[in-house]
Design a protein around this ligand. Structure first.
Ligand SMILES: [Fe+2]
Ligand SMILES: [Fe+2]
Length: 139
């Protein structure tokens, strides 16, 4: 099951909330491309390109979002800054690894696509709900 944006994920920090929402919008484009790929509704090259685009967006997105969030944590002298930053870094490495594997192969690996769709979303939703929420409570 795909988790969607919901009010429970809202922190009440405008900039961060907007960035969190943007992830879900992009994720939905990714899911659509995957679905078309699975149904072979369109030429698979088109979808493969779309998926590659989403990967590039995601790596860029996470870097920007995490760095903005970390800047805020520093400004607010958040006690668990280092721990939070490490979680971000570990996740970026995982996303980059998945992207690398995906772009290495000529065959579209549906398993990988599915895994990514759920893995990335689940990690991010959990991170917002547990870790980012702590920031909101701290402010
Ligand atoms: Fe966040
Ligand atoms: Fe975070």
């Amino acid at each position: 099951m795909t988790v969607n944006w919901n009010q429970g994920l809202e922190l009440g920090i405008k900039k961060i909330d907007q960035q969190h929402r943007a992830f879900f919008e992009e994720r939905d484009k990714f899911v659509t491309a995957c679905t078309q790929l699975l149904k072979k509704e369109r030429d698979s090259e088109i979808n493969r390109e779309k998926i590659a685009e989403v990967f590039y967006f995601l790596t860029d997105y996470f870097k920007t979002h995490f760095s903005d969030e970390e800047q805020l944590l520093q400004e607010k002298e958040y006690s668990y800054y280092e721990e939070h930053k490490q979680r971000h870094q570990k996740f970026i490495k995982e996303v980059q690894q998945i992207k690398y594997e995906f772009l290495q192969t000529d065959e579209i690996n549906i398993e990988l696509v599915h895994q990514l769709k759920d893995k990335i979303t689940n990690w991010f939703v959990n991170h917002i709900a547990k870790e980012d929420k702590k920031i909101a409570n701290h402010l």
